[in-house]
Structure formats: structure tokens, C-alpha cells
Design a protein around this ligand. Structure first.
Ligand SMILES: *[C@@H]1O[C@H](CO)[C@@H](O)[C@H](O)[C@H]1NC(C)=O
Length: 112
């Protein structure tokens, strides 16, 4: 394999991984859209929001996915100024058992 081919391959893999990540974050964002009110200012959780939480939880079938969702949640929470106490209580509010804490300080890399 020539150097150029290798470089092209590595580049293609990187671009592809970024694309997958972006899609997953988009999915997280879409599913949690009905939760935004609650996540920012508390109050009651809508059933649409809980449906989204359950959908995401079901989609996180592998450790890699969970890690990815965890990272998406953290970066989205930051960019939408979500309050951490609401984010962390969301699974409980929806009675969905999420396998990892939803928290700014949780290290997503420790999921396995
Ligand atoms: C998170 O965990 C990984 C793997 O255990 C570790 O390498 C990394 O330094 C940790 N990051 C933080 C911010 O603690």
C-alpha cells in the first residue's frame, strides 16, 4: 500500500467516524428536544420527553454507544445551559433506568 493510499484511508476513516458521532448527537438532541423546558427550568416532565429518554436508552445497546451518548449529553447540556440537577434527575422522573449518571462531572470514558 502506498503512503498516499494509507493517508487517504486514514482520512476517510476519520471523516466517517466524525459523521457517525454527529448523527448520534443529532439523535440525542432530537429525542431530548421535548425535555428542554424541564432541563433548563424544571417543572413537570412531558410524556414526549420520557419517550425520547426511553428511545435513547434502548438505542444505547453497546458500551461504545453509551459512551457516545454520554458525551453528546454532556456537550449538549453545556451548549444549552441545562441545569445539572434537572439533567441528573431526568431518568428518575421518567422511570427509565439509564446505566450511567447524567452529570457534567461523570467521566464518560469510564463506561464499559
Ligand atoms: C476518564 O477516564 C479515562 C479512562 O479511565 C482516563 O484516561 C481519563 O483521564 C479520565 N478523564 C478525566 C477527565 O478524569
Amino acid at each position: 500500500m502506498s503512503i498516499v493510499t494509507k493517508v487517504v484511508l486514514v482520512f476517510a476513516v476519520c471523516v466517517c467516524m466524525v459523521a457517525i458521532n454527529a448523527d448520534d448527537c443529532q439523535q440525542v438532541l432530537t429525542q431530548l428536544q421535548p425535555c428542554m423546558n424541564y432541563l433548563k427550568s424544571g417543572g413537570s416532565v412531558s410524556s414526549d420527553c420520557c419517550k425520547g429518554v426511553a428511545t435513547l436508552n434502548k438505542a444505547a445497546t453497546t458500551a461504545a454507544k453509551k459512551k457516545q451518548f454520554c458525551k453528546c449529553l454532556q456537550s449538549e447540556a453545556k451548549s444549552y445551559s441545562v441545569k445539572s440537577q434537572y439533567a441528573s434527575s431526568l431518568p428518575q422522573q421518567c422511570k427509565v433506568n439509564v446505566a450511567y449518571p447524567i452529570s457534567y462531572s461523570f467521566n464518560c470514558s469510564s463506561i464499559h
